[in-house]
Design a protein. Structure first.
Length: 124
């Protein structure tokens, strides 16, 4: 006879958390994107002529004006929460122990999301 048995165990994804280790499993919400426009102005500094020719010194020796302004405006302040948490996807580490929202935007953009997890701790 084909009968459906009720689930008698919880379906939580349980993983041990090492002392000092990162929490690697998250329920992540939708990502909001908001343009961050600043007045146009030239960058300070010189471009390294060997930037595109080397594999060892792969960094830009100056900072974009929008990044400078963004950092000055927000340094030392906590982010302002936006919206409410609505689960969108599960973040599984797959070799990267931290949530990665990196991407590429053609314009300066403020990127934000909510994430949730549950910790089950035993006390002495």
């Amino acid at each position: 006879m084909n009968t459906v048995e009720p689930i008698t165990h919880d379906l939580a994804l349980r993983r041990p958390l090492a002392l000092g280790g990162p929490v690697a499993y998250w329920l992540v919400g939708t990502t909001s994107e908001q343009r961050y426009d600043v007045a146009d102005r030239p960058m300070q500094g010189e471009m390294d002529p060997f930037f595109f020719l080397t594999k060892h010194k792969n960094f830009i020796p100056h900072e974009y004006p929008c990044r400078t302004e963004f950092a000055a405006e927000r340094r030392g302040k906590r982010p302002t929460p936006q919206g409410a948490f609505e689960p969108d996807r599960v973040w599984l580490p797959f070799g990267s122990p931290r949530v990665d929202l990196s991407g590429f935007w053609f314009r300066p953009t403020v990127v934000a999301t909510w994430a949730s997890t549950a910790l089950d701790a035993v006390s002495d």
